[in-house]
Design a protein around this ligand. Structure first.
Ligand SMILES: N[C@H](CCC[C@H](N)C(=O)O)C(=O)O
Length: 269
């Protein structure tokens, strides 16, 4: 079975080609693979009846999830190279996504439409998704409260702050990640709006911790910022591991993410 170690803006993945060999790892095996290969997520490429590939996603804690933007760009590059097509289709548990090449060797993925109903996030009770009340009072000092929430096929809570480096994210992230308002947990973004086209972002990922970049997190932060009138519908997202370019198009309400992909190594195992 082919194994690729890749990253998207530093968000690291172990990607297994499970299209001709069954890959049904236990939680412990996922945790070991992620630890040994220093991967934030473990990915399996599987056959799909109608799409170019099915992408299965596990977080480094072994939990299976339904969306991973940066991994979609990595699998997209592999499939674009393999098929020679201009655009490939990638099915996940959440959605059917499309990947294509962009200038400068970057890869663009159509991440579909953001979901904004409180039941779509999901939340455990009806609340205003533009700013939910965590009911645990302000968190830490400087004070954090009322994150905006949205789903990109996975849940995201986004705090808009003046300085992302002023927060102890490993201490605060878990408080929100498994807060009872989020019955399936949530990814936690800390977004600093630099100007109407630029956001500095750090993300405490659900079941993976602080990563160098989070693709769905970048999409979520842009959607929440645009919805709040803090930015336009396009922005450069500056993450610890690199930049992602997000474009939430009015034409189809889809969110397009463009960014780098790096192949670190490949092996037959
Ligand atoms: N931790 C996320 C999955 C990976 C998301 C991130 N790596 C991305 O690029 O979107 C979750 O549990 O929903």
């Amino acid at each position: 079975m082919k194994l690729w170690k890749m990253n998207g803006a530093g968000n690291a993945f172990a990607i297994f080609d499970a299209r001709s060999t069954a890959f049904t790892p236990t939680v412990e095996q996922i945790r070991k693979i992620a630890a040994d290969l220093k991967a934030d997520q473990v990915i399996a490429m599987e056959r799909d009846a109608t799409k170019d590939v099915f992408m299965r996603i596990w977080n480094s804690d072994g939990s299976e999830v339904s969306a991973c933007g940066n991994a979609t760009r990595c699998v997209g590059l592999l499939m674009l190279d393999e098929t020679g097509k201009d655009r490939v289709t990638i099915q996940t548990e959440a959605d059917m996504l499309r990947a294509s090449r962009a200038e400068g060797g970057l890869i663009t993925v159509d991440m579909g439409s953001p979901q904004m109903g409180w039941e779509d996030i999901p939340l455990s009770e009806k609340m205003d998704v533009r700013g939910v009340d965590l009911k645990i009072g302000p968190i830490d000092a400087p004070i954090l409260s009322r994150p905006a929430v949205v789903s990109m096929g996975n849940p995201h809570a986004v705090f808009f702050v003046k300085d992302v480096d002023a927060y102890d994210i490993p201490a605060i992230g878990p408080l929100v990640e498994w807060h009872p308002l989020f019955p399936e947990g949530t990814n936690v973004g800390f977004a600093q709006v630099i100007d109407r086209e630029t956001i500095r972002l750090r993300v405490w990922e659900r079941a993976a911790g602080l990563t160098k970049a989070c693709g769905t997190g970048a999409c979520a932060a842009l959607v929440c910022a645009a919805r709040a009138g803090l930015t336009g519908r396009k922005a450069r997202m500056i993450l610890d591991g690199g930049d992602l370019f997000i474009d939430w198009r009015e034409t189809d309400d889809h969110v397009y993410m463009t960014g780098p992909v790096e192949l670190e190594f490949e092996a037959e195992i």
